[in-house]
Design a protein around this ligand. Structure first.
Ligand SMILES: [Ca+2]
Length: 522
């Protein structure tokens, strides 16, 4: 009979951090990689991924170098394609700052629209920026912000050479201060895409996600290169709801909660969205180029799970995320990133999508696995409170982080993990049995080990084998038994446990062996 010292799951102190999150979820829930169901709309791009990124995802690691400080709650990064090598960085109060690798962060703001910006609450402010494709000539850029006096989410053109702000489109958003969305990006079709959250509060009280008569809970698509009076922009004729009675014709995608960050893959035009979850699931969506009119589920679904108390429309088809995780063990809000298409690390992660989480700072690498699903791995950590991953004109990555106010250059390298854990899981009713095969993939022998990993929300270990296992708040520490303390290079041992669960039976998503992160098999 194994010794039992389990204290049962407790919510961890990260709730305090979550309260500060720019994109907070409302409760803590457990952190675990979920299944990676492939939606019908997944683009067939596996050949390119396999050709350009031969390094297995678990062999990648991420490092960052801080290059600037003193930013005031930075929210987004844009790179003008004008030969200057600059980065533009938005700050929540309503300013845009300029960074150049040779001269650093300019002290004076390039743009200041603070008189127009409602920056009250944690999530309101200047949130997004996109540069016109012809910015070098036109000096036009686009800003997404919450506007005074009522917090309306607003899209405006800013004419840099005239310092003139011209509002194009706004959506009333007075009731709650959270879930403003805020990403702006030009698609491969030259149209401008803008994400707006569901109007805020909790559990979609406005039922916005599934409604087509509101811009809340949507990604919009408009043509800002022309105007169609009385509109200061035009509605692309192939927008999915053009001519649909009662629908807003700007809508491109619906069923979103708070799509804080999305991006287009510059190689294939597919769209990646990080949609911030409520309490149980954060998600990443991947949509084929030109796929408008899709219903991404909220608030009928949160991630892959039916959302209790949500609003469903009978007969609707939902496009599932390609990656979900539960924030219980340290995350809170997904921060969608980009597919790496730069040169410097092309041999390591070309074609790989990188995302993170505001609270856990975990770096996730995702890419199609060649058989209809997605491979994923955790490949290190970014600095705390990253709000945006941005790219240079050449596709290299930078991040900004919120309250620390820093700008960081991101680097990648190949680093073989010293250990690998393969998981065998059997789940039934309210129980799950997990066997973990731990392999020493390093070059030095291990004598005495502790394997640490998180448990999903509501899981409680009942018994263990081949280990002496202790359950803390939501973390397991499994130490060697007397007969399996030695682990020679290349050798494996198997240990396991039986746990009760209350609905989330996901196996542990990550492991450390004596403090070193392990690759995770299946
Ligand atoms: Ca969804």
């Amino acid at each position: 009979m194994p010794r039992r010292r389990w204290t049962g799951p407790l919510l961890s102190a990260f709730l305090l951090t979550a309260a500060l999150a720019l994109l907070p979820t409302t409760t803590a829930a457990s952190f675990a990689a979920a299944s990676h169901t492939t939606a019908d709309t997944t683009p067939p791009r596996t050949e390119m991924a396999a050709r350009t990124a031969p390094v297995p995802l678990p062999s990648l690691s991420t490092t960052t170098t801080q290059v600037a400080s003193g930013l005031r709650r930075p929210t987004a990064i844009a790179a003008p394609d004008d030969g200057t090598g600059r980065l533009f960085i938005t700050e929540k109060p309503g300013t845009v700052r300029v960074y150049h690798p040779d001269t650093g962060l300019a002290g004076t703001a390039l743009i200041d629209i603070t008189p127009a910006v409602d920056q009250s609450g944690n999530e309101r402010g200047l949130l997004g920026i996109a540069l016109a494709p012809d910015f070098a000539d036109s000096q036009d850029l686009y800003l997404a912000y919450t506007a005074l006096p009522d917090g309306a989410v607003t899209l405006a053109r800013y004419r840099l050479d005239e310092s003139r702000l011209e509002v194009l489109l706004s959506q009333e958003h007075a009731e709650y201060s959270n879930h403003n969305g805020g990403q702006l990006a030009f698609g491969p079709d030259g149209h401008l895409y803008w994400s707006i959250g569901d109007g805020g509060g909790s559990a979609d009280p406005l039922r916005a996600g599934q409604r087509l008569d509101t811009l809340l809970g949507k990604v919009l698509r408009i043509d800002v290169n022309r105007d169609c009076a009385p509109l200061p922009y035009c509605l692309p004729g192939d927008n999915p709801f053009v001519g649909t009675p009662g629908a807003r014709e700007e809508i491109w995608l619906y069923g979103l909660r708070n799509p804080w960050r999305f991006s287009f893959d510059s190689a294939d035009g597919s769209m990646w969205i990080g949609d911030v979850g409520q309490g149980r699931w954060e998600e990443v969506d991947h949509l084929a180029p030109g796929q408008g009119g899709l219903n991404l589920g909220w608030s009928c679904y949160e991630g892959l799970e039916r959302f209790e108390g949500g609003h469903c429309t009978p007969g609707e088809t939902h496009t599932e995320p390609v990656f979900t995780y539960s924030p219980y063990t340290g995350g809170c809000s997904v921060i969608g990133g980009h597919v790496y298409r730069g040169q410097k690390y092309a041999g390591l992660l070309g074609g790989t999508y990188i995302a993170t989480d505001y609270c856990s700072s975990t770096v996730w690498a995702l890419r199609p696995d060649g058989s209809g699903g997605y491979s994923e791995a955790e490949i290190g950590e970014l600095p705390t409170q990253v709000t945006s991953i941005g790219t240079t004109v050449d596709g290299e990555f930078y991040v900004v982080n919120d309250l620390p106010g820093g700008l960081h250059r991101v680097s990648f390298e190949q680093e073989e993990p010293a250990c690998r854990v393969d998981r065998t899981v059997q789940t039934w009713g309210t129980g799950t049995t997990v066997n973990l095969t731990v392999t020493n993939t390093g070059s030095t022998a291990v004598n005495g080990w502790t394997l640490e990993f998180p448990l999903a929300l509501g899981q409680t270990v009942v018994s263990d084998w081949n280990t002496d296992l202790t359950q803390g708040s939501n973390t397991i520490a499994a130490t060697n038994a007397s007969h399996n303390a030695a682990l020679a290079p290349g050798a494996s041992i198997t240990l396991g446990y039986l746990a009760d669960h209350t609905g989330d039976s996901a196996p542990p998503p990550r492991f450390t062996l004596n403090g070193d992160a392990c690759a995770v098999g299946h």
